[in-house]
Design a protein. Structure first.
Length: 349
């Protein structure tokens, strides 16, 4: 959901933010630097704002970057079994009608991404986070002038942007806007309830400004991810796992990643008192459970994302399910403090 629960490494990260990220996705990252958040700039075009909660964007450069990244990963057979990655290679309608020079330019861009960027993680590599933030700030500007990007990357993106505009951008932007349009009524009806329940459960406050969400035809293999240092969500509009009320749930799942410092602080305090290592791998199960259960309670007939995917029956978060039923449900019901709930989970784990 960041990412979902698929591990690549058990290495610890160098500061609290990265420790939280490690727990959220149980994967590796390079030593992180604080990423600058996307800011309003030339070409800024917020598609919609859902009250105080979320600001939705559909920018050409973010979409182009993620499309090339996913196409390259599929070519390299990285996450190629994931529908969201494999679909990128089949998304070629209209390309053959373009001049040979444009087709070669596009193939060259995919090859460049495969050689230079596709092996890097979109969330746990600080350079990739910074690239996404800078491209997001440019929205759909005509060119990448003064974007402060890697010169090779900027050159490739500028070179193939006309091809992307001619072949894909209309379809991708329309899919993004359709996803936003379908999500807004759900947020209007349930958003305040879910935000209140989430902040109460996590002992946190919602950001003072709406959380930025860049909607892209392709995101990462999981369908969405969040850079917590810049409070920046990127979500796929074409991933079936993010449609309807599942998309509503996972928006608040992603928001949880920006609110999780309170969990880290309590877990670190409990560890210091017990002399045991902090139980960071409990954080992501808590986030999955909280967003899913709050949405289930608010939306009649909703089946949480993790339940639908069988994630509580298999995979890395499964061992926490009974613990959360016993000790986190009382927290969601308002019958226990954050510290008491986490202490009970830590004690049994």
């Amino acid at each position: 959901m960041v990412t979902l629960d698929q591990a690549r490494s058990d290495r610890m990260l160098p500061h609290r933010r990265c420790l939280l990220l490690l727990a959220l996705a149980a994967t590796a990252c390079m030593p992180s630097v604080r990423a600058s958040a996307p800011s309003a700039s030339a070409g800024a075009q917020t598609v919609a704002v859902a009250g105080r909660l979320f600001a939705f964007h559909s920018g050409l450069w973010v979409n182009l970057h993620h499309f090339l990244y996913n196409s390259a990963r599929a070519r390299l057979r990285r996450d190629a079994g994931r529908a969201s990655v494999a679909a990128a290679l089949g998304d070629t309608a209209g390309l053959r009608a373009r001049p040979d020079s444009e087709q070669r330019a596009w193939e060259g861009a995919v090859a460049y991404y495969a050689a230079r960027w596709a092996e890097r993680d979109l969330l746990f590599d600080s350079t990739m986070v910074e690239i996404n933030n800078r491209l997001a700030a440019l929205e759909s500007a005509a060119a990448l002038h003064r974007a402060e990007l890697d010169t090779g990357l900027a050159s490739v993106l500028d070179r193939v942007a006309p091809v992307y505009r001619a072949v894909w951008w209309g379809r991708h932007d329309a899919a993004n806007r359709a996803w936003i349009a379908s999500t807004l009524p759900l947020l209007e009806r349930y958003g305040d309830t879910l935000a209140a329940g989430l902040t109460r459960a996590l002992g946190a406050s919602w950001p003072t400004s709406p959380l930025r969400v860049d909607v892209s035809a392709y995101a990462n293999w999981a369908g969405a991810y969040t850079s917590t240092d810049s409070s920046h969500v990127t979500v796929s509009s074409t991933d079936n796992g993010y449609g309807g009320t599942l998309g509503l749930e996972m928006l608040f799942h992603e928001a949880s990643h920006t609110l999780g410092d309170s969990l880290v602080a309590v877990i670190e305090s409990l560890a210091a008192g017990s002399g045991k290592p902090p139980l960071y791998d409990a954080i992501h199960p808590i986030i999955f459970f909280t967003a899913g259960e709050l949405t289930r309670r608010a939306v009649l007939g909703h089946t949480p994302y993790a339940v639908r995917g069988g994630m509580w029956e298999r995979g890395r978060i499964a061992p926490f399910y009974q613990l959360l039923q016993r000790h986190w449900v009382p927290r969601l019901d308002g019958r226990s403090s954050l510290r008491d709930a986490l202490a009970a989970i830590v004690a049994e784990r």
